[in-house]
Design a protein around this ligand. Sequence first.
Ligand code: ARG
Length: 492
Amino acid sequence: MKRKGLIRSMLVSLIVLMQLLFVAPVFAKEDTSLQDIKDKGTLIIGTSADYPPYEFHTIIDGKDTIVGMDVKIAEQIAKDLGVKLEFRDMDFDGLLAALETGKVDIIMAGMNPTPERQNSVDFSDIYYTGGQFLLVRKEDEGKYQNLDDLAGRKIGVQKSTMQEAAAKEQIKEPNIQGLAKVTDLVLALTTKKVDAVVLEEPSALEYAKSNSDVLAVDPGFQLDVAQQGSAIAVKKGSPSLIAAINDTLATIKAENKIADYLSEVDQYTETPAADGEKQAATPLINYWQYYLTGTGNTVLIAGVSVIFGSILGFFLALMRLSPRKLIRIPASAYVEFVRGTPMMIQVMFIYFGLGYIVNIPAMIAGIIAVSLNSGAYVCEIVRSGINAVEQGQVEAARSLGMTQKTAMRYIIFPQALKNIWPALGNEFISVIKESSVVSIIGVSDLIFQTSVVRGITYQAIAPIAVTMVIYFILTFSLTKLLNFYERKLNHA
Ligand code: ARG
């Protein structure tokens, strides 16, 4: 009992301390939100494009494009502001953080202005209202008519959405499965990992329309109407931006344009060929470009990170081998800390944390994080490689009159390299695989692209299999290449 109290107070002090250290500094400053966007010339919109008809991916003229009702509205807002438009597609649960840390200017993602969200961001007027529906398997038709039928069932919800909250509150003994992407939820449903998915009515209807294996039903959620609408989120303290957005929304509403937008985007959602007939799977080959971009980015991130990581690791290793404590300790501390924390957290910390000071693109943040991480591992590889060279070698070199530096350079290091090389190769291979965590901050690496393809095609397994083979080809050819150089090194 006593120990529990201790753990609790330690945890509480840790949280308080970190909050003090990393709380976003809020200065009561002038509202320049609108002017800033006009000066910048672009409006950056954070979204989670897995939510037809609000926002979703489609291919137009062979190019991946985000379309939807929100996109149409966004285009109008950008036009009224006289700026260009840019979308950042990410997981829904990362949107608020992206807005608060200035990664995006506004959020348009069919987001409801709930009181909790209003604590951290401000909202525009509501532009559309949809209720909450369920998506179920067609074979379960009639099985889930009301909330009671859902008791104890596996319910899929998108993480951090109001559907998650509603399901927890209104379903008895719910077995909630939260996933980041709605597209993955639909796959979880068709592959029987969950029995029902809670979605906004329009989205449930769209998914049911384009996927003949699922049905939309209304189980009668008890809804607080005021919280049902979708609104645009902006950073706190941006009245000028909100006013401008509300102006556009008012015009859109007055001219009844939302209905037009909806019917316009309708053409992009696929309809199954014929009723009752099994939909032919879209050939994956149509999506080769997604894989190409993803592979290119993965190779880029891994390649650049390995170079920077090796340079960093080499210096860290020299520091760790120094006889001077003052040099040794910071390097060891760095290595221990990096190895002791998950790369996923490091990536997020760099992206959001460093991003608070300088606004770096996700790609750069990813490369920095992976390099910093790899540096720690390379340090240990280099250090043990050097340590593995017999001590007698140094002594012999020194007794021949070489300085420590010369001995290191001509005697120790060439021998150490033979030990280091294979391990460094392994590190490169790990970096290729592990760098995939950058997909959580929205970098379009191979993993990110895979989930986009899964989302568009509604195919659960084939897109992953393709990715697996691509990763294998990458790492296997690298292994072969490294072996070749290793043999050369051994002959030298
Ligand atoms: N309306 C719900 C909410 O605000 C879910 C929105 C999900 N949006 C999306 N683009 N996936 O919590």
